[in-house]
Each structure stands twice: as structure tokens, then as C-alpha cells.
Design a protein around this ligand. Sequence first.
Ligand SMILES: NC(=O)c1ccc[n+]([C@@H]2O[C@H](COP(=O)([O-])OP(=O)(O)OC[C@H]3O[C@@H](n4cnc5c(N)ncnc54)[C@H](OP(=O)(O)O)[C@@H]3O)[C@@H](O)[C@H]2O)c1
Length: 309
Amino acid sequence: VAILFLSETDPVDEWAAALARALPGEDVRTGPAGIDGASVEFAVAWRPPAGALAALPNLRAVFSLGAGVDHVLGDPGLPANLPVVRLIDPDLTRQMTEWVVMNVLRHHRAMPDYAAQQAEGLWREIAVPPARERRVGIMGLGVLGGAAATALVSFGFALAAWVRSRRPWPLGELFAGQEGLGPFLARTDILVCLLPLTAETRGILDGRAFAALPPGAAVINAARGGHLVEADLIAALESGKLSAATLDVFADEPLPPPHPFWRHPRITVTPHVAAVTRPECAAREIAANIRRCRAGGPMRGTVDRRRGY
Ligand SMILES: NC(=O)c1ccc[n+]([C@@H]2O[C@H](COP(=O)([O-])OP(=O)(O)OC[C@H]3O[C@@H](n4cnc5c(N)ncnc54)[C@H](OP(=O)(O)O)[C@@H]3O)[C@@H](O)[C@H]2O)c1
């Protein structure tokens, strides 16, 4: 076996076929049941069962089915020096850009308020500032945040981003590190979270962050449910501090039916679909990395395991 596909939630047959097409001549299997662990060279995984990767002693790398790797790094038995590679895929990036632009525009143009007005049969204009006066702030300016920023700047929004490491950024104002967080939030009317979930970013969308935003700000989370302190969001919406939120990701997925987010008038829910990995596109990227690895070169998207992304 060369390549082992490990996921309990993704369409296994579609994935196996896409990987086989992208890697002609390779032995692609789905598992983990019935596989000789020692023969596996690469794993392609989404939420692998704890210990599953440790049972593959000759593994050269594990590829995440998504851009995030929190679901792999969370395995306490993950072999210490195993390269973990996230997915960088232009198709995924395009989908995320669409979803973020759509939702920033929705909040900018007061669509949550118009939906509420429609429910009441109310014909009333809501004043909206020009885009250059609408301060959009993106947390995380990596592959996905960077592409979303490039698209948003074309509408003329006043853009800012928050990152870990300072550098020049021509599209707007860049804030970095813990000391940059407060000033970044204070100037942000529409906040978009596109951070990886790490020890440092877990729970970052909390009451303190919401208090630092200007009154009436909107929050968009397309990153991970673990970034958001759910009770703090409800409290900030109830108090009127925040005007609305759009959420694609949740601590508990699928979002359980009794969850208050489903029926909250100021919250829009999408079921973790901002950017969905398409096997055909992702398999091409994974195959290119396998070829790079076999040629002894660096793989694209290898994460820094100490940083967590
Ligand atoms: N909802 C969905 O459908 C969906 C789909 C795909 C991905 N996602 C989520 O999107 C996330 C981002 O993906 P990506 O490919 O854009 O990641 P990426 O390229 O690794 O970029 C991560 C960005 O976050 C910043 N960052 C990380 N830790 C930080 C910290 N402690 N403080 C400030 N900034 C920090 C990084 O700063 P530096 O630039 O300074 O390093 C970088 O700009 C993924 O991890 C995943 O969770 C969601």
C-alpha cells in the first residue's frame, strides 16, 4: 500500500477514485481496517481516529483533507516528527473568497435587517455608508484571508488585517500580535475570522474581543467553532453591542437542533460549507506534493507543528 485514505465522514469511493486518477500506478487504499500498517507511505486524512497514524510506522507524511490541521494535531499519539501537510487548493480558496465576499456584502448592505423588515412587511430604507467608510477587518491573512482581502479591496472597503508576524501589506492596515489586537478590533465594523485553530487562537472571539469592537459591529466566522465563545456572542447580540453574526463553523458539528443559534434572529448559520474540499481538485494538489516528497523536495503546505499551523 502506498497511500491510505482515512476519513469517516467523506465519500470514500469518490476520494479513492480521485486519488487513483491523480496518482496513476499507485496503490490507493481506504482504511484503516484490513491494512498492513507498515506498508503505508502516505496518509490522506480527515479527523483520523486517535492513534490511527501512530499505527503506520513507515509513514512519510499525512495530508489533511482541508486547509486546517487542528483535527490531525489534536491526536495525542501523533508521531513526533511526522510531517503534517495542510491543503492549499485554488478551488478551496475561490470558494472561501465567494463566501466571505457574499457575507461581508450582506452585512455591509444591511441584509439581516432587511430580512427582519421583510418578515414584518416593512418598506423602509436603512442608511448604509459608502464602502470606503466601512471598516472590514480580517483575522488571519494566510492563503484564505489573503485571497478574501484581495477580492474585498476591489469594492473599496477600508481594510485591515491581524496576523502574527508584522510585514508590509499594500491593501490596508496590518496589525500584529497581542498588542495589535485591541487597536485592530477598535477600528473594525465587520470582523471576519480566518485564523487557524491553535492554542493561541482558541476562544479568541470572546466577550473581551466583542467589547473592543465598535458598537453595532458584525462578526463573521468561517474558521473553526473553537475560535468562538458561544455564550459571549449571544450576550453581545442581546446587549446590542453586536448587530449580527454569520457563522459557518461550530464547536459541535452538526449544530444540534436545540442550539439557540438556529433560531436567533441576529445569527445566520451555514453548515460548514464556506469552502468544501472537492476530491478531484484536492487529489491533484496532494499528488503534486507526493511527487515533490519523492523527489526529495519540500511539500507545499507543510505545517510548523510547534506553531500549530
Ligand atoms: N469553513 C470552512 O469551510 C473552512 C474551509 C477551509 C479552511 N477553514 C479554516 O480557515 C483557516 C485558515 O486557513 P488558511 O489556509 O488561510 O491558513 P494559513 O495560510 O495558515 O494562514 C493563517 C493566518 O493566520 C494568522 N495567525 C495564526 N495564528 C495567529 C495568531 N496567534 N495571531 C494572529 N494571527 C495568527 C497567520 O499569521 P502570519 O501570516 O503572521 O503567519 C496567517 O496569516 C484554516 O485553518 C481552517 O480552520 C475553514
